[in-house]
Design a protein around this ligand. Structure first.
Ligand SMILES: *Cc1c(COP(=O)(O)O)cnc(C)c1O
Length: 379
């Protein structure tokens, strides 16, 4: 940062109760942290091969199956390395020959690059759209895996996953739901691998990947794992499947991450499941976009209201106010991580609307932005 932000103090009565708006790692509910502290002496620092931790992993797998209302035969797999490592695992263990990617931002582009550079796979095809919009999904001959993104976190565009009409029989639908899982509605029967990491809607920490897999996906994993394709053990989904079925991971997981994710999933389930979580993000999104539409200095970046994300808001600011300065002033006042995605290069604020975040705090954030813009304009 070249210089420190202008000295603007936001009045206390405008500030949110909780100033964490990062799109990942995201706000962890204080109740979850307190529960971890209360159980720490019996849980942290104990073996992940023993019943205590394995029971926690079972609660996570079962809780997710309940939250997503997974059909019979779907299984929740998990392993270390977060979504980025899981892309590599998919390129080894699920894509048979050729994948097709809908690319409309940084994250969807990264997975396409993974399969493009994998020497054992054919050249993937891509359908691209400009940032802020989304490409159409169409079947492509010879493709055995379709790569969709439920919520493109870099742009704030959300698209409900569907199966491409007329796709080759046996082709699978892989959905990067890293910032969507547990915050947006979807139909699991429209997906074969619905994968994510717990530092976004699950209000936990990073480093773990989780994947809800259909029977067809499990069959693909088992078939490739038994073939002579070389796969590094830490990315081998056959090994991950075996361990997950025993409520374990191949190597040591972060126990606190598992615990905090369980807290969030059980909180959601106890309050009505995914419907409850989706209602919370809908309420947060309503506050954010209604404010931006009415504002004279802010505009929703995503022009098509149907594509606007309920979990990640992106808002352009008027040319005469510098969004990086606004974000820096907010940060200096304890309101964190409202900077836009760095590579998007727009005069924009981006903030999370995840289920752990209170609608009142989103409203407070908008009042803080208005205040800072007003101060900057009169300075
Ligand atoms: C955050 C994010 C990722 C990267 O997740 P990591 O766990 O940090 O690897 C990938 N895809 C999407 C859509 C994301 O939001």
């Amino acid at each position: 940062m070249a210089s420190s932000p202008p000295d603007i103090t936001i009045p206390t009565d405008l500030l949110p109760g909780d100033g964490r708006f990062c799109c990942g790692p995201s706000k962890v509910r204080p109740e979850a942290v307190a529960a971890l502290a209360a159980e720490a002496g019996e849980y942290l620092g104990t073996s992940h091969r023993q019943p205590g931790v394995r029971f926690m992993v079972a609660r996570l797998r079962n809780g997710l199956a309940e939250m997503f209302a997974l059909p019979d035969g779907y299984e929740v797999l998990l392993g270390n390395g977060g979504t980025t490592a899981f892309w590599d695992a998919l390129s080894f263990g699920v894509v048979q020959e050729r994948s097709h990617h809908l690319v409309f931002g940084e994250f969807s582009g990264k997975f396409a690059e993974v399969t493009r550079s994998a020497p054992h796979l054919g050249e993937p095809s891509t359908a691209k759209a400009d940032p802020g919009s989304a490409p159409a999904l169409a079947a492509v001959e010879g493709v055995d895996a379709y790569a969709l993104t439920h919520n493109e976190t870099s742009t704030g565009v959300a698209v409900t996953p569907t199966r491409p009409e007329g796709a080759d029989p046996g082709s699978l639908v892989l959905v990067d739901a890293t910032s969507a899982a547990g915050g947006l509605r979807f139909d699991p029967t429209d997906t074969d691998v619905y994968y994510f990491a717990p530092q976004k809607c699950l209000a936990s920490d990073g480093g773990l990947w989780l994947a809800a897999c259909s029977p067809a996906a499990i069959e693909r994993i088992e078939r490739i794992s038994a073939s002579d394709r070389w796969v590094p053990a830490s990315l081998d989904l056959g090994i991950a499947l075996e361990n997950s079925r025993k409520d374990q991971t191949y190597n040591t997981p972060a126990l606190a991450t598992v615990f905090l994710a369980v807290q969030q999933v059980e909180w959601i389930n106890q309050n009505g499941g995914l419907h409850f979580a989706a209602q919370r993000t809908e309420a947060n999104a309503r506050v954010a976009y209604e404010w931006a539409e009415a504002s004279e200095h802010a505009t929703p970046y995503v022009t098509d209201p149907e594509l606007r994300s309920n979990v990640v808001a992106t808002v352009d600011l008027a040319d005469d106010v510098d969004a990086t300065v606004v974000a820096a002033v907010l940060r200096a006042n304890g309101v964190h991580d409202t900077e836009s995605y760095r590579k998007l290069g727009r005069n924009q604020l981006r903030f999370a609307l995840f289920p752990a975040i209170e609608a009142d705090d989103v409203a407070a954030l908008t009042r803080c932005i208005d205040h800072v813009v007003g101060e900057l304009r009169t300075a």
